[in-house]
Each structure stands twice: as structure tokens, then as C-alpha cells.
Design a protein around this ligand. Sequence first.
Ligand code: ITT
Ligand code: NA
Length: 182
Amino acid sequence: MLVRFVTGNEGKAREAQEYLDGITAVNRVEYDYTEIQSDSLTEIATRGARESFEELSGTEPVLVGDTGLFVDALGGFPGPYSAYVEDTVGVERLWRLASEEDDHRARFRTVLGYADADRTETFEGELVGTLVPPRGDGGFGYDPIFEYNGQTLAEMDVEEKNAISHRGRALAKFADWYADCE
Ligand code: ITT
Ligand code: NA
């Protein structure tokens, strides 16, 4: 079995490959699907998966993943704009903004979108944690400022992060469903 993970982000693809090892092979594919302007990660992932499957040649199923970091005290910012904020403001300055609030709670949400010739499905995962000054050099993106159980995600290896993370939880739901499909 082979699933094509459509992403420009190698960190995301690595986590999916590690998690789905033994269930299906995962090839990373680059395709710039339309990221519609929406507050809904589910809508973005659903449309992205469908469009990728239709536009890419080949019959293997595709997965896309859309993730946001939602800071409670900032009304959920940056949420669906997390990639834009990482590229413009950067992770360290988002921490400084959040550090001015009393409540440092934040959550990652991931929605995986799956599409093949017959089906489009989504799988969600969430991780609640605390924003902290950057620590650790593993992971990617906002991992150095997101602490869970005393460790930042950047202080965990891929396996440890997958065992608790938003993406790991979404991948677990996908893996259960996919195993039943065959
Ligand atoms: P693709 O759309 O090409 O897949 P992307 O990096 O834009 O790549 P996302 O939309 O899922 O992927 O990510 C939105 C932002 O959140 C982006 O800045 C990521 O670096 C960051 N991010 C995603 N997953 C993360 C994780 O597990 N830990 C830390 N940051 C993460
Ligand atoms: Na994205």
C-alpha cells in the first residue's frame, strides 16, 4: 500500500512516515493545492485532499494535513494563519506576545484530509499545552515554545512526540479507519 502525503513540510511527512510504518508506505509529494481562506481546518483539509487527488496523476490515495496553533488568551490566534505568522513574525515573537498574558495555555489542532477515487474523509487530533520561552532543537515550527508534561515538543524525539501529539492522534484515527478499509 502507498499513500501520498501532499506537503511542503518535511517535518510533517517524517512524523506520518514514522507513525504509519507497518501500515502503509508514505511518499511525500509536493503539490500546491489551493489553501482556501477559511477559519475551518476541516474545510481546508477536505478541499485540499480532494483537489490534490483530482489534479495529481496516479491512483494512490492522498493525505493532506492542516494544522493550527490556537493561543487561548489571544482568542485562538494565530489558528488557521499559523504558517503565515511563523513566516512573518516568527516563533520567538509569538511567544513574546503570549508572554504578556496571564494565561499561557495553547492548543494544536490538526485535521488530516484523505481522498481516493471514491471517498473523502477527515481525522482530527488536538493537543493542549503551555507556551514557554523556546527550548530544544528537535521537531519543527512552533515546537520549541510548546510545552507538554514538562517538555517542549522540540525536546522530544519523533516517536515521543507522535505518542502524544495532535498529528499523532489524527494519524491514529486514520490508521484505524484505513486498516478496516482493506
Ligand atoms: P503544508 O501546508 O505544505 O503541508 P505547512 O507548514 O503550511 O505545510 P501546516 O498548515 O500544517 O503546514 O502548518 C501550519 C503552521 O503550523 C506552520 O507554520 C507549521 O510549521 C506549524 N506546525 C504544523 N505542525 C506543527 C507541529 O507539529 N509542531 C509545531 N509547529 C507545527
Ligand atoms: Na498548510
